[in-house]
Write a protein that binds this ligand. Structure first.
Ligand code: LMR
Ligand code: SF4
Length: 512
């Protein structure tokens, strides 16, 4: 098995940096459906641009490379311990090379292991089979979409949809609700895997298993094929759109599986995956571990680089454009309105979960008066001279900072926060009170934003680990959309409200 580690390394790099063909086709289809000049069209243009940048740079499509999860099938007699060892080595190597973000954090101490290895990471699941080759598949599912997974226990009462009973129609309602509740926070447009039945654990397992299916396959169980088709048609009527900006495409794929349950339990488990749907697979020679074939490799490959020029044109939206550079005055912030596009130059500071908690109890190491905070945990590499380079740097989900953000903005005089998915009423009130703005960047567009970062000027809190440190970044032409302003307006609140109204049209029974 001398080739095995190299094969696993190639699988990891390819999964992190190149979207599979079926996923590309789904994204291209969505892009063709959006109307030019809208925020959704602009976001999709940035996304496709980002996909092609990741191809060229061989760098992570999104900075959050998730909890690597492997599914391996081996012929009887193959040594699984050797496979595990090769995977662990390949993971550490890919992390060192900046193809994976160091993502494994001690849940009690907060310490990042630095190499993606640790208790429970990566996840490796083995199965034996009768075939004479190894099938190895990998999914890199980021945390933002993972947080939007949801499990329903039937019967239940669902907002907008009423009672969901223990039948196919109740299942239908749960799935529709799962798409609504994710809003844009899991970097829509997304893909869902649904597991019907099992217990809480095996239900979620089954849901995730569906994410290994081909986006374009047809469910062999007739009722489920109909259900998948129904969901694809109708979830896209919710108007949530790319990044939750409103628009025609909210869902790119829906795959449903079923297993038995026990009489007292009826779970519907939904695994939500962002557009950056990174899953690939290979078949391997069991004697030397060499790759025989790549999976998910059928059909046309869409090369988004051909569209880059056109995409750049499309990133110009119909909205007003404003240039921002810190320190920013209150007057300048009060002038911004929901829908404005901002292009940022100059300095910004990253700050995510650990920093928000820290700043809520301590002083800041830098003067944040008039400054911009970017909710971002980048992939960084240090060169031989000790200079840091940004390898991937898209936004993280902002709502997690809701308990802290408003207070921190006021206390330190921060004028703008950049993130994705929007924030809640507490932050909205603080923006109004203090004169602040929330800017939505395009989730997952980690190559696109890394390219806007011209230099790393400093770093604080390295003890929190690379993703959680406070990076001082100098940017040029960093583009984001005002989605919450200082006048009490929130695009997120509006889209949530209107999509809930639209959800209610699916209340009546469909599958009797
Ligand atoms: O951890 C991150 O960088 C992003 C995360 O996947 C998120 O979507 O919030
Ligand atoms: S930032 Fe968005 S695209 Fe990246 S892993 Fe999180 S949910 Fe997915």
């Amino acid at each position: 098995m001398d080739k095995l580690q190299k094969s696993m390394y190639d699988l990891i790099v390819e999964t992190s940096t190149r979207l599979p063909k079926d996923v590309r086709r789904a994204i291209a289809k969505a892009k063709a459906q959006e109307n030019a000049g809208t925020r959704s069209a602009m976001s999709l243009a940035t996304i496709t641009n980002n996909i092609s940048m990741a191809d060229v740079n061989v760098s992570p499509i999104c900075q959050d490379t998730g909890l690597p999860t492997f599914k391996i099938k081996t012929p009887v007699g193959v040594n699984q311990l050797k496979i595990k060892e090769a995977i662990l080595n390949a993971i550490a190597e890919a992390t060192k090379d900046g193809k994976l973000r160091p993502n494994s954090v001690d849940s009690l101490t907060g310490k990042n292991s630095g190499d993606n290895l640790g208790a429970g990471s990566p996840v490796i699941k083995f199965e034996q089979w009768e075939k004479d080759y190894i099938d190895a598949r990998l999914i890199l599912k980021g945390g933002g979409c993972e947080n939007k997974n949801i499990q329903y226990s039937l019967p239940c009462e669902l907002e907008g949809l009423g009672k969901a009973g223990r039948d196919l129609d109740g299942i239908r309602k749960c799935i529709m609700h799962s798409v609504y509740q994710a809003q844009g926070q899991g970097c829509s447009a997304g893909f869902i895997g649904v597991g019907i039945g099992g217990d809480r654990t095996s239900g979620y397992e089954l849901a995730k298993e569906q994410l290994f299916r081909d986006v374009e396959d047809v469910n062999p169980i007739e009722e489920l094929a109909k259900l998948e088709e129904y969901v694809m048609e109708n979830a896209n009527k919710l108007g949530i759109g790319t990044m939750g900006f409103g628009g025609e495409t909210t869902l790119l794929g829906c795959k449903v599986g079923v297993i038995n349950r026990i009489p007292a339990s009826f779970f519907v488990s939904v695994a939500y995956n962002c557009w950056a749907y990174r899953r690939l697979g290979v078949t391997l020679n069991p004697d030397n571990g060499e790759i025989n074939d790549w999976l998910y490799n059928e059909g046309e490959e869409i090369d988004f680089s051909k569209e880059v020029e056109e995409a750049q044109e499309e990133t110009k939206s119909d909205s007003r454009e404003v240039v921002l550079e810190a320190p920013i005055t209150e007057e300048k912030i009060r002038d911004l309105k929901v829908g404005d596009v901002v292009r940022i130059n100059g300095l910004m500071y990253t700050g995510r979960d650990a920093i928000h908690k820290h700043l809520s109890e301590n002083d800041s190491p830098v003067n944040l008066d008039g400054q911009i905070i970017y909710h971002c945990g980048p992939v960084m590499l240090k060169d031989e001279d000790g200079t840091w380079h940004v390898k991937a740097a898209g936004p993280t989900t902002s709502i997690r900072e809701e308990p802290y953000q408003g207070d921190i903005m006021k206390r330190f005089g921060i004028r703008a926060v950049i993130g994705k998915g929007g924030m809640g009423p507490k932050t909205l009130a603080a923006l109004k009170d203090h004169g602040g703005v929330y800017l939505n960047a395009i989730g997952g567009a980690a190559q696109y934003y890394a390219d806007c970062i011209k230099s790393v000027e400093g770093v604080d809190f390295m003890e929190f680990g690379i993703p959680e440190a406070m990076w001082h970044l100098k940017v040029e032409g960093f583009t984001a959309v005002v989605t919450m302003d200082s006048h009490g307006n929130s695009l997120h609140e509006d889209v949530d409200k209107s999509s809930l109204e639209k959800l209610a049209q699916f209340k009546e029974p469909v599958f009797k």
